[in-house]
Design a protein around this ligand. Structure first.
Ligand SMILES: C[S@@+](CC[C@H](N)C(=O)[O-])C[C@H]1O[C@@H](n2cnc3c(N)ncnc32)[C@H](O)[C@@H]1O
Length: 265
């Protein structure tokens, strides 16, 4: 291992430089980078902070944000950096999901940036209560929580206890090929169950199997231009008009929706 590598509970991670000079991590377990090599910061701002219209949502009321996959913590830091420029009048609760707790410790060690209005990663304190393990920090009414464990198990446990109602979802696991359980119809049904009617979910993927899974779970699909040379990404909501051109295109494909019954665990 060189200086940039470290070992988590899922295996090794390697720091990788991306085209906008921000860094991401490559995961040995998933054999994939956490971000597009076109730019980790740019991708996060484009797909998530702006894709979910977080600054606008915070002008209008409190935001309960769910991030699927904490990784090296770019979702958190890019969101806070952008919001610091025009501090929100309403509270932001940022809940992230992560299998590997070592990533949270690494991110806190390697990013000591402090914010005027938001908790920094170094403020995170580790907690354990029964089956539930999480990191939590709070500043000026803004809360950051990282739930540890398999998202499919820990999210329902957490929601039962704290009863959140998400109006922003950063759908950012590894690719559907490498991380299929977090792209299945059942996963999107779960996300729907814990979301508010005005939720915006955004993701980098535009694959047919994930769009079909979202559709079957009751989401309304929007095609969005992808970052830089990427043709498309996906945004989804629970209210509004379904785009029948997209539905027709999906129906004309023989590719099946990702479903827990057709995923080999
Ligand atoms: C693409 S990375 C997330 C990048 C992160 N959003 C960021 O901006 O830095 C995906 C993350 O999802 C986590 N993950 C994968 N499967 C998971 C699961 N079943 N439950 C919770 N986390 C999972 C991985 O460990 C990885 O850190």
């Amino acid at each position: 291992m060189n200086n940039c590598d470290f070992k988590g509970i899922l295996g090794k991670y390697r720091v990788v430089e991306t085209q906008d000079h921000s860094q991401t991590l490559w995961s040995e377990h998933f054999d994939e980078n956490c971000h597009s090599l076109a730019g980790a910061d740019e991708e996060t701002c484009y797909n998530y902070v702006n894709g979910c219209q977080v600054p606008l949502k915070l002008e209008n009321g409190p935001v309960e944000l769910l991030e699927v996959g904490f990784g090296p913590g770019k979702g958190v830091t890019n969101t806070y950096q952008q919001l610091e420029q025009a501090p929100p009048g309403h509270p932001l609760t940022f809940v992230s999901l992560e299998l590997d707790p070592e990533l949270v410790l690494w991110a806190a060690k390697n990013n000591n940036e402090s914010f005027q209005h938001f908790p920094s990663l170094t403020d995170l304190k580790r907690h354990q209560h029964g089956e539930q393990e999480w990191f939590e920090a709070e500043k000026k009414g803004n809360t950051l929580i990282v739930l540890i464990g398999d998202a499919r198990k820990v999210l329902p446990l957490w929601c039962k206890k704290r009863n959140p109602s998400f109006n922003v979802i950063y759908q950012d696991p590894f690719s559907p090929k490498k991380n299929p359980t977090l792209w299945s119809k059942q996963w999107f049904e779960l996300l729907k169950k814990y979301s508010r009617h005005d939720v915006i979910m955004s993701t980098y993927s535009a694959s047919i199997s994930i769009r079909k899974a979202m559709l079957e779970a009751g989401w309304i699909i929007e095609n969005r231009k992808g970052l830089k040379t990427k043709r498309s990404s996906t945004r989804a909501r629970l209210t509004g008009e379904q785009d029948y051109a997209i539905v027709e295109k999906l129906n004309s494909s023989s590719v099946e929706a990702l479903d827990d019954s057709n995923i080999i665990f």
